[in-house]
Design a protein around this ligand. Structure first.
Ligand code: GTP
Ligand code: MG
Length: 669
């Protein structure tokens, strides 16, 4: 089963500067040096007070942290998540795709190729709700998520599941499950549940000696993990590899229209259903949105003519079982875009070619073409298709196409996309030009004979899957049935595998549950592996202990739960500098938490990766730095070197993404 969303700019291959260098900054020695500095500064302060090494404020002796900027009096011991003192500098663990290509090595992509998916599974579209941690998607889950048709397996329907063929999947009348009610009860009647509060619960339940609760500190080294045979991908011929494809771009660029049109052309939306959309859209005076309505399902989205949450749909190409993640382009819904598109393996960046529209998307002050491109790169996506849409609006002008390609190409390079991993397709979703077959309009075919969009999708490299690492499934949505006492978590497996009957550790609550059943693409399945989007029905656990923003793990290999992290970040275009003490929104996969910058450790040279300045007072646009943040509540997290998906972060402030980065060290668990 599909579900929804998350995010994070990834420095890995993207930033050239991070690619190849051995990061020779020695944290230990630095901390020791800093520590030395602290001692000196504190020594000269008056008796009974200590002077903050960062802001130089004189604090009372009793204060463990600086009253002004929140920096700890004594620098934290540089301890890794496993408790050992960290000596190895951070290093990206995967060479750049371009390096692999140019050196002719066997790409790791090829090695890990083939997360099989059931090509014959029926396809549906799923609306992914906003995955905020506390209010989270639970609030917006529609009714009818839980099918009671198969009581034995407890089949779950994802939010807004809808069959492409037009038979909308809904609960049988009289179903005992009322998703909204159950959800609302967890949201309205109680205080919104946060990861932090749940973490407190963990401590309590540990004390109470719950036999089902696992000590989250009992981390076993990933090196000791040996996958069982069933966990590894089968080499079945004829099974298509699943490709999670995010459709991103500035508001109104035509993402949903393009997605709807593709689904229709590929037979996933029936003619009958298309007529229905057309009729309804016309009645509402929104005839041009007919294709978009296939993805924009809520009344508000249709009324406003914008996508608000990521919608998920499926189609099969020659090579892939494609999971389409149609993202909202409006700037107000960037967190939703982050939460949904973070699971992408590749992306289509949709550009509106109309005069003025492309330029608005590229505006450094709020242009979503820019922000989405940066974000998608930060999700670890290194390969994109740029769909230059609405070419009909510029009479299929080659000059316009070339201008856009030149300007946007420069920007994409600056985001870390390699030229060889970007393809450019002129198209018109509205006039069906260049989508699944070569353009028929002579104005386009006279100068463009390259691939059409579907070919370009098939030309994408197969995604890498972490099948040999322990299970990690960030929870995107939770569906609870209080009446039946059932709970299901949906999300994409980032690593490892899961099957019916498996035990899983639900973090951050630390409870162990048993997998009752699995559902993928609205169909029951017995095994899911890294890369698969599934709904996991759990038993043996209180529904309240499973929450969006959490992670399902292998019971012996728990994910860390932390509040204090060291990050390596790239600052985007910002107006206000980032200071020690700056309040930020911290986003990581489907979780979001308020946070504060407590230390700016160093600036890094983007080309060499060397430290250029220690403890700068502030960070400005385009600087790379190592910083330390403290979160208001604990989140499940991994160092990027261990698990990319759980180690990518975004920092936002005042409705804008101000920095993207990776977790280089977990300081406090
Ligand atoms: P958000 O999800 O809100 O960011 O918008 P979107 O990118 O999904 O755009 P959507 O598909 O909702 O389309 C916005 C408008 O652009 C609609 O009126 C579409 O009819 C129009 N549109 C989409 N594709 C084309 C195209 O190829 N040519 C023309 N002329 N208009 C198009
Ligand atoms: Mg849309």
């Amino acid at each position: 089963m599909p579900r929804k969303v998350n995010y994070g700019l990834d420095y890995d291959e993207d930033y050239d500067m991070y690619d190849d260098y051995d990061y020779d900054y020695d944290h230990d020695s630095d901390v020791e040096r800093d520590g030395g500095m602290l001692e000196v500064r504190q020594a000269i302060a008056k008796p009974g007070i200590w002077r903050c090494s960062i802001c130089t404020y004189d604090n009372d002796e009793s204060m463990p942290v600086c009253d002004i900027c929140g920096v700890f009096r004594n620098p934290p011991v540089n301890v890794s998540s496993t408790g050992s003192k960290k000596t190895d500098p951070f290093k990206f663990d995967r060479p750049s795709p371009d390096d692999l290509v140019s050196e002719g090595k066997n790409s790791s992509r090829k090695v890990s190729k083939g997360v099989p998916s059931n090509a014959n599974e029926k396809v549906g579209t799923v609306k992914l709700p906003h995955a905020k941690k506390s209010e989270c998607s639970l609030v917006s889950l529609p009714k009818g998520l839980l099918s009671t048709t198969n009581e034995n397996v407890g089949t779950y329907k994802m939010p807004n599941v809808k069959s492409i063929e037009g038979s909308s999947v809904s609960l049988p009348k009289g179903s005992q499950f009322h998703a909204d009610e159950s959800i609302c009860s967890s949201v309205n009647e109680e205080k919104p549940q946060s990861l932090a509060s749940s973490f407190t619960d963990v401590t309590l339940s540990e004390k109470s000696g719950s036999s089902k609760t696992v000590n989250s500190k009992r981390a076993t080294s990933h090196a000791e993990y040996k996958p069982e045979k069933w966990m590894l991908p089968e080499q079945n011929e004829g099974i298509l590899t699943q490709l999670n494809l995010a459709i991103v771009g500035h508001v109104d660029s035509g993402k949903s229209t393009l997605s709807g049109r593709l689904l229709h052309l590929l037979g996933r939306i029936s003619q009958k259903e298309m007529h229905k959309f057309e009729k309804e859209a016309k009645l509402k005076g929104k005839g041009s949105f007919a294709y978009a309505w296939a993805l924009d399902e809520s009344a508000e989205e249709r009324e406003r003519g914008i996508t608000m949450t990521v919608a998920v749909a499926y189609f099969d190409s020659k090579k892939y079982h494609v999971v389409v993640l149609d993202s909202p382009g409006h700037k107000d819904f960037v967190p939703n875009m982050i939460s949904g598109a973070t699971q992408a393996d590749a992306a289509i960046l949709v550009i509106d070619a109309s005069v003025g529209s492309f330029e608005t998307g590229m505006d450094s002050n709020g242009g979503q073409t820019r922000e989405h491109a940066q974000l998608i790169r930060s999700f670890g996506v290194d390969e994109i298709i740029v769909g230059i849409n609405k070419m009909d609006a510029v009479s299929y002008s080659k000059e316009r196409f070339d201008t856009i390609k030149m300007q946007l190409g420069t920007f994409l390079r600056s985001c870390g996309f390699k030229d060889s991993f970007v393809s450019w397709i002129p198209l018109s979703a509205m006039e069906n030009q260049n989508l699944v077959k070569a353009a028929s309009d002579i104005r386009l075919s006279s100068w463009y004979q390259g691939s059409h969009l579907l070919d370009a999708i098939d030309s994408l490299h197969p995604p890498i899957r972490d099948t040999v690492k322990p299970l990690r499934m960030p929870i995107c949505d939770v569906i609870r049935s209080h009446l039946q006492g059932q709970v299901a978590a949906s999300g994409k497996l980032e690593s490892g595998a899961i099957r019916s009957g498996s035990k899983v550790l639900v973090m951050p609550s630390g409870d162990v549950a048993t997998v009752r059943s699995l559902e993928r693409d609205s169909q029951c399945c017995t095994i899911a592996r890294a890369g698969d989007n599934v709904a996991v029905s759990l038993q043996g656990i209180d529904g309240g202990r499973v929450m969006a923003g959490g992670v399902l793990c292998h019971p012996d290999f728990p994910v860390a739960v932390a509040t204090r992290l060291e990050l390596k970040v790239l600052v985007l275009d910002i107006v206000m500098p980032i200071l020690v003490g700056s309040q930020i929104e911290f986003h990581i996969y489907h979780a979001k938490e308020a946070a504060r910058v407590v230390r700016i450790i160093s600036l890094i040279d983007q080309k060499t990766g060397k430290v250029t300045k220690k403890a700068p007072r502030c960070l400005t646009s385009k600087q790379s730095a190592v910083i330390e943040v403290v979160l208001d509540g604990a989140v499940c997290v991994e160092e990027f070197s261990k698990c990319r998906a759980l180690g990518r972060v975004f920092l936002r402030s005042s409705g804008r993404t101000i920095a993207v980065g990776i977790v280089s060290r977990i300081i406090e668990q």
